[in-house]
Design a protein around this ligand. Structure first.
Ligand code: FES
Length: 144
């Protein structure tokens, strides 16, 4: 009978350790993926190509994802993407995207999903970048 209790304790202990180790392993994979996604550099005059498979949010029309700290990509059709800098043109706050438009939390400027100003105080559109989609390789090149 005593053997059974010890066996059960060992079983529970090993099971708990397995759960903890498994959770840590999954967390590590998520961290590695996030770090990999953050490697995108925003350097003026350069082109950066991303694998769309790394951004499942962009798999469907209307999906969007930040591909770097301040560059958001929005899929507007099967083969067309928009890439915008999300820094407000008024006084440089980061604007928020809600899936259809941008709003600046600092002074309330708004922009449509193409980055065009829809209300001030900002008067200039968000900075946009030319994109080229390669359907054969499922990649998107963003010209900074
Ligand atoms: S910084 Fe965005 S509206 Fe002023």
């Amino acid at each position: 009978m005593e053997e059974n209790k010890i066996g059960r304790r060992e079983f529970l202990s090993k099971g708990f350790k397995g759960i903890v180790i498994g959770s840590l392993a999954l967390s590590s994979l998520d961290i590695v993926k996030l770090v990999a996604r953050d490697k995108f550099e925003e350097s003026e005059g350069t082109a950066k190509t991303i694998n769309l498979s790394d951004y499942p949010e962009l798999a469907s029309v209307g999906g969007y994802a930040f591909v770097s700290k301040n560059v958001i990509v929005i899929r507007v059709s099967r083969s067309k993407f928009i890439a915008l800098n999300n820094i407000c043109t008024h006084k440089k706050c980061d604007v928020d995207y809600d899936g259809s438009s941008f709003e600046c939390p600092c002074h309330g400027s708004t922009y449509d999903k193409y980055g065009k100003v829809t209300s001030g105080p900002a008067t200039k559109n968000l900075k946009s970048y030319k994109t080229t989609y390669n359907p054969d390789e499922d990649t998107l090149t963003i010209n900074m």
